[in-house]
Design a protein around this ligand. Sequence first.
Ligand SMILES: Cc1cc2nc3c(=O)[nH]c(=O)nc-3n(C[C@H](O)[C@H](O)[C@H](O)COP(=O)(O)OP(=O)(O)OC[C@H]3O[C@@H](n4cnc5c(N)ncnc54)[C@H](O)[C@@H]3O)c2cc1C
Length: 476
Amino acid sequence: MTLTTDPLVATLIGIVGAANVLREDADTSPHLTDWRGRFCGRARGVVRPGTRAEVAAVVAACQQAGVPIVPQGGNTGLVGGATPDTSGDAVVLVLTRLNRILAVDAMNNTLSVEAGCTLAAVQEAAAAVGRLFPLSLAAEGSCTIGGNLATNAGGVHVLRYGNARELVLGLEAVLPDGRVLDSLRGLRKDNTGLDLKQLFIGSEGTLGIITAATLKLFPQPTASATLWLAFDTPSAAVHFFAKLQTRFGARLVAYELLSRRVLDLLFKHFPEARAPLPEAPWAVLAELVDGGDDAELRAAVEDFVGAASAGGEPGDAVVAHSDSQAKALWWLREHVPEAEKRESVAIKHDIAVPVSRVPEFLRLAGQTLPQRFPGVQILCFGHLGDGNLHFNLCHVDPAQNAAFLARQDEVNRVVFDLAAWLGGTISAEHGIGQLRRALLPTYKSPVEMVVMKAIKRTLDPHNLMNPGKLFLGEGA
Ligand SMILES: Cc1cc2nc3c(=O)[nH]c(=O)nc-3n(C[C@H](O)[C@H](O)[C@H](O)COP(=O)(O)OP(=O)(O)OC[C@H]3O[C@@H](n4cnc5c(N)ncnc54)[C@H](O)[C@@H]3O)c2cc1C
């Protein structure tokens, strides 16, 4: 059926207007491929509603026609969750026109926004009233708050503020049958039964469309200290993390690990970038914030790090003395995903283990993988303070990468079995999407899978809401 003769498309045009039903390849293609270019699908059309009522009408029309819907925000997800399958049956529902700031209540420390607001716009709206919305990740200029909630995004400040799940007080969502679930409240206490909003957070668009959220705000820190630390081993980095946290408590907001190989890759693809310290096997980028002034905090941090460094741990350290120096350090961390993209790093993992077991994970993985897969290159970076590692792999010889990629199931098994054995997870923050759906039943308990599927079946009995994501096959 062509798009022009498709009665559903005519209905959708009636709801959102012809300009917001994209059908030409040039217009639809950015919505049919994921950020890494790994998943590519087809769709009946790409629909861009501009209001909650339009979202509800689009969903109801699709439900009536029995047509699947793929919700999409900024399309920065890394597991193929926002990409339709190749059948061409689905409608991609893009939320980016729902981008209004609905209400700011600085006294209540809350902000209500539509789901299509970019994360950067939400941060700016909070800053405009002297508050902080702490969710922060490298894709913040493009990703949307709806996508952040649907994936329960993490980022670099989870250590102090928690991930997306912990930053939400209220939520509004359109259910698969077109009804609106409205719990857009700004309450810190509300014990009136099940916390339904949490069902939608991390559900990857499989239970309904998030259309708005009420988010928690925090006091804007007035002082910050950013430091780059060098370590010989992950174990030394973990030990120093514990010491830094003991000394500075919740003022420590980020503790990010980067291996030497990751930095080498960064400098290869961004030759203009500069290493803050001479070579060391491991680096950590840490950030502390406080309510006082910069000089006081930086002096306290410098004293502490200086004394620790004299004892040998960290081997070397530098504290940024200006905001521009701090930004330059963060630039290095934020550009790692882009460097890996340019290098076409083949096999990626986003695992988490308890922080205390990170050194063991790295030691065992570092022994096992080269034995099983000679020539493997391990590129490890991530949120060490959360126990979350982006543990990515390619072959030292790019010509061998295709052959290496062909063994990815075996490779994944080694990495995931090890993480699970250490009490960890196969997906710390990116989610399951299409990329990990086949593996989920192996690493979730049977009872967890049964309960998740029962909830899916109850809300989406015809399996039309982002089918094939999170759950393999029918899902429901
Ligand atoms: C450079 C880079 C760095 C990144 N760093 C991090 C990081 O540090 N931490 C982290 O957690 N992630 C990170 N990500 C992944 C990505 O940015 C997050 O998953 C983000 O939350 C996705 O938001 P989005 O709007 O782009 O969602 P999309 O990619 O459009 O969608 C993601 C999933 O959410 C669903 N969805 C989207 N909007 C809605 C909605 N309104 N209602 C219901 N379902 C919806 C989609 O169907 C899909 O399953 C990074 C990505 C990139 C490219």
